[in-house]
Write a protein that binds this ligand. Structure first.
Ligand code: SF4
Length: 213
């Protein structure tokens, strides 16, 4: 796809999903770090049901760093992989205190040095907590849609992100993940995508191949 079509497609998605934003609830940079961590293999809806109790019990980074791991595991149990997530959340809080003066860092390199924070999570944190969009978070929706539309043939999120960064101008980076997530939830679902009703089917390689456009 050429740049012009890619921009037209994003503009179409913006009109289709004018309310597309991050659906995780948070009030501070550290809360989005924890919410993103919990959202791995879990729905945002489930995370949003869990975090109010969690952030009430542990309102500060120090509280997470000093928490009883068993109590933390119990609260986040509904989000799945709770043992790993609890271990990472506590270790992440400890590292922010020891290495970053208790302040969530603002660079990709520093964020990905935190336990449980990979490149995708760091892209979400940078955008949602600090409004920084130098990359694109490639989650399951962004991966599937990038492949289907023909924006990338790659399977690895990091490589897909590199392909997307070559196509989309910087001012669009903040929108791409949100729009792909909303499109993936509402139209281009993993099972039974609603291709006939899809607002961007004219740009989609899968659709054009099937219909020999
Ligand atoms: S046409 Fe179908 S496969 Fe292509 S983006 Fe739309 S819903 Fe997804």
């Amino acid at each position: 796809m050429n740049k012009k079509d890619a921009i037209d497609m994003i503009e179409t998605l913006k009109k289709t999903y004018p309310d597309a934003t991050c659906s995780l609830n948070f009030k501070t940079p550290f809360e989005i770090v924890i919410a993103v961590m919990l959202s791995a293999q879990c729905t945002d809806e489930r995370v949003n049901k869990t975090t109010p109790e969690l952030f009430k019990k542990y309102p500060t980074i120090e509280d997470f760093a000093n928490c009883d791991i068993n109590e933390l595991e119990e609260i986040i149990h509904p989000c799945g992989f709770y043992k790993n997530k609890a271990k990472n959340a506590k270790a992440c809080a400890q590292k922010i205190l020891s290495d970053f003066n208790g302040i969530v860092p603002k660079t990709m390199e520093e964020l990905t040095s935190l336990p449980g924070v990979g490149r995708k999570s760091a892209n979400v944190i940078l955008l949602e907590a600090f409004g920084i969009a130098n990359g694109i978070a490639v989650d399951t929706h962004a991966k599937r849609i990038s492949n289907k539309i023909g924006l990338s043939k790659e399977k690895e999120p990091t490589k897909i992100e590199q392909d997307l960064l070559k196509i989309f101008p910087k001012e669009y980076l903040k929108d791409v993940n949100h729009l792909f997530v909303w499109h993936g939830r509402n139209t281009c679902t993993a099972r039974n995508p609603k291709c006939e009703n899809c607002a961007i089917k004219k740009y989609c390689k899968t659709y054009k191949t099937k219909h020999k456009c």
